[in-house]
Design a protein around this ligand. Structure first.
Ligand code: HEC
Length: 143
């Protein structure tokens, strides 16, 4: 074999190996993509209870509301309250008290930045406000 031809053969061999590698990586990516797609499809199945998940059943404090209060409110409405907050929202009973007297929904529905709007840093997503409103409408279930 002439040197130049030999080089060419070696070069083609390298290219073929690279192609194999690329095909291998692409099929891995496809497998991952397929796995992700099927996941997100099942996530999107809504049970129609308004909370955007597929747990089924009505909205409850334990399943749907506690985590919202915990991440958006307990920075101040802790026990004892901080940053000038007038009361704690650390238990089901405490949250229910404010839900029943109407102040909770009023406060989270106020326009971002207006006096008494909760949380003060900015309005919750509308879907979250709707979820809390629906929880109140459905009777403030705990679990
Ligand atoms: C950064 C601190 C802070 C966070 C976070 C916060 N609050 Fe408050 N909250 C306050 C303070 C201070 C007051 C009293 C002064 C006022 O009304 O602005 C208050 C008052 C309230 C009131 C009484 C309002 C009224 O008009 O009587 C309610 C109800 C309330 N907060 C609910 C919430 C809820 C629900 C969240 C979470 C979604 C929340 N707060 C998050 C600081 C906070």
């Amino acid at each position: 074999m002439r040197p130049s031809l030999k080089n060419k053969v070696q070069f083609n061999h390298k290219i073929n190996n690279m192609k194999k590698n690329i095909r291998f990586i692409l099929s891995l990516l496809l497998i991952f993509a397929a796995a992700c797609t099927s996941d997100s499809e099942s996530d999107l199945i809504d049970d129609g209870n308004g909370d955007g998940d597929n747990n089924g059943g009505p909205i409850t404090y334990n399943a749907d509301i506690r985590s919202v209060i915990s991440s958006a409110c307990l920075g101040c409405h802790s026990s004892p309250p901080r940053n000038g907050a007038p009361f704690a929202l650390t238990t089901y009973d405490l949250v229910v008290t404010r839900a029943q007297n109407g102040s909770l929904l009023t406060a989270i529905s106020r326009q971002s930045g207006s006096p008494g709007a909760m949380p003060p840093s900015g309005r919750l997503p509308q879907a979250t406000i709707d979820l809390i409103e629906q929880w109140i409408d459905e009777g403030l279930l705990e679990e």
